[in-house]
Write a protein that binds this ligand. Structure first.
Ligand SMILES: *Cc1c(COP(=O)(O)O)cnc(C)c1O
Length: 382
């Protein structure tokens, strides 16, 4: 069985977790600081706080933005539920924008159409670690005085015009979930790019107390100063993450080799059958998080999925569009966002992980090519 994704372990995880067991297991200890400094230095983030998940980082961003009942937040429909939930939990009204015709990322032109006097924030998702056009998003934010949050869950070590993703929005949220490029089981990061939020971010992170300032010796006792929650992961998780961060360049290089090999070897086969390879925007340097194909019809995607499964290859769809979810439709009328629906019905992800061997990848490639050549079904959707 060739699975879709498999976490890569560097070999140092157990050693570092053992060290944490000896020193400190609760959060905000030496490993947490090492992870945060590593990411701040490597990517030039102003301030980074390690969190239990990207979901938690998004929830922190929503608290920090003071999202209240009636505030509108624009997000893509083609994304994971946490992008929406984090803001709904604070009472926001979610306004879904469609994807681009040629790319699963949010259509920046659609964003502007959805802006109203109630709009408070735009949340962009860098799908597959491929940059959204951040110049356009930041220009809209400037023009209408809005906040920008980057859901960079998939976007570690990816760039927009050579600047790291996660350094554009007022806040950015990364994930170290087992399925991402760099993992710690569960884990996330809140990046605070606007200095004025730094102090409060630390307080919310520390359950509404000024304990972080106390640990640094800035205050002689700490207490309850704001709302907050338990947004500190344990040092065991930070130790796991640090072992991964030390190997980030190797992990990224291996993933890119695999991604590039798929792209090269599948280009002929897919062009014969009206299937599309990922369209990497010219301003984006992606991080090989996902290799996907866009089939020419839902039926062709189903056939490909089923045929690969029979061959022992896991290849999956990705997000059902959130605007069509059961939860959203309880209180909203169905909207028309055709591109989000297209990616949900026609996109398929192929196995991609550091340990994927060349002969396994060749097998996936030949099975994809032969499945596409055998498929007879409804004509391509245009
Ligand atoms: C993985 C993912 C999340 C959630 O990350 P967790 O760390 O599991 O909370 C959120 N948004 C996107 C786009 C993701 O891919």
């Amino acid at each position: 069985m060739i699975v879709l994704s498999k976490p890569y372990l560097t070999g140092k995880e157990i050693e570092y977790i053992g060290e944490a067991l000896q020193k400190q297991t609760s959060g905000n200890g030496a490993f947490t600081k090492k992870c945060q400094s590593f990411l701040q230095e490597k990517y030039g983030f102003r301030k980074a706080l390690f969190t239990p998940s990207c979901t938690d980082a998004l929830e922190m961003a929503a608290i920090l933005l003071d999202i209240k009942d009636g505030d509108e937040v624009i997000i893509p429909s083609f994304t994971f539920v946490s992008t929406a939930n984090a803001f709904i939990l604070r009472g926001a009204k979610i306004v879904f924008a469609d994807s681009l015709p040629h790319h699963p990322n949010i259509d920046t032109a659609a964003i502007e159409q959805h802006i109203t006097p109630q709009t408070k924030a735009i949340v962009v998702v860098h799908y597959a670690g491929m940059a959204v056009d951040m110049d356009k998003v930041m220009a809209l934010a400037d023009k209408y005085k809005l906040f920008v949050v980057e859901d960079a869950a998939q976007a570690i070590d990816a760039y927009y015009k050579n600047k790291p993703l996660g350094s554009f929005g007022h806040f950015s949220c990364f994930s170290f979930h087992e399925t991402k490029n760099i993992v710690s089981g569960e884990g996330g990061l809140l990046v605070i790019n606007d200095e004025k939020f730094s102090g409060r971010a630390e307080i919310i992170w520390e359950k509404g107390t000024n304990r972080a300032a106390f640990i640094r010796g800035e205050v002689d006792k700490y207490g309850w100063v704001d709302i907050g929650s338990s947004f500190l992961p344990s040092e065991l998780t930070a130790a796991f993450l640090y072992a991964q961060l030390e190997k980030i360049d190797y992990i990224q290089q291996r993933r890119k080799e695999i991604w590039d090999y798929y792209y090269e070897k599948l280009s002929t086969a897919v062009s014969l059958y009206d299937v599309l390879l990922p369209a990497v925007p010219e301003y984006a340097t992606h991080n090989a998080h996902i290799f996907y194909l866009i089939c020419n019809s839902p039926e062709q995607r189903e056939y490909l999925t089923r045929t690969l499964k029979k061959a022992g290859i896991q290849a999956f769809f990705h997000y059902p569009p959130l605007h069509f979810s059961k939860f959203h439709l309880q209180t909203h009328k169905p909207e028309v966002l055709p591109h989000a629906v297209k990616y949900s019905e026609q996109l398929i992800r192929l196995p991609l992980y550091v340990g994927l061997e060349r002969d396994e990848q060749n097998f996936v490639i030949s099975e994809v090519a032969s499945a596409l050549s055998e498929y007879i079904g409804p004509p391509a959707r245009k």
